[in-house]
Design a protein around this ligand. Structure first.
Ligand code: NI
Length: 185
């Protein structure tokens, strides 16, 4: 297993649509394992392959609370096959948008079809944090960041700050508001 470098916005590779996995083979399983290790180390509760520069439809997540037993999920080709009509608001963060958080509105519940690490087709019905996290990670596979759900004004403000931090090269924004983030997805 290996820790993978996580891309941060703005980066063209985060805006690309990822390709479906043809077969869940050892290469894909090894990618899933590396992604999980990278996610736990970050730390975050979700990670999508494009965030580590791999253009495949693979996501990993673990929304277990601190102190609870780990509950890793590894999904290939995840697809939302149903979404509730009612919405939910959640303050989201993202490992590719370090130190910025914003409220995002998404369907409250979803049903997701995917291939597990053995290549078997499965479905999961989710609400709460798992629903938010699944939708956030599947967005990554289509080149969508949580920033894209915000107003252009807010999005551009955050992107400008991220660009400035990148140019400075320290990856930290010392003027960032002292938000107390709940989760980085
Ligand atoms: Ni993210």
């Amino acid at each position: 297993m290996a820790l993978l470098p996580i891309l941060t916005a703005p980066d063209a590779r985060l805006k690309k649509k990822a390709k479906p996995v043809a077969k869940v083979d050892d290469g894909v399983r090894s990618l899933m394992a590396d992604m999980l290790e990278t996610m736990y180390a970050a730390p975050g509760i979700g990670l999508a392959a494009p965030q580590v520069g791999v253009g495949l439809r693979v996501i990993v997540l673990d929304v277990a609370r601190e102190g609870e037993q780990k509950a890793p999920m590894k999904l290939a080709n995840p697809e939302i096959v149903w979404a509730s009509d009612d919405d939910n608001v959640y303050e989201e963060g993202c490992l590719s948008v370090p130190e910025h958080y914003a409220e995002v509105v998404r369907p409250r519940a979803v049903k997701v079809r995917y291939l597990d690490e053995a290549g078997a087709e499965r479905e999961v019905e989710a609400e709460g944090l798992l629903s938010t996290c699944l939708q956030h990670e599947i967005d990554h596979l289509d080149g969508i960041l949580f920033l894209d759900h915000l107003s252009a004004l807010k999005r551009n403000m955050i992107l400008r700050k991220l660009l400035k931090e990148k140019k400075r090269g320290d990856g930290k924004d010392k003027d960032a508001p002292a938000d107390s983030p709940q989760h980085t997805l």
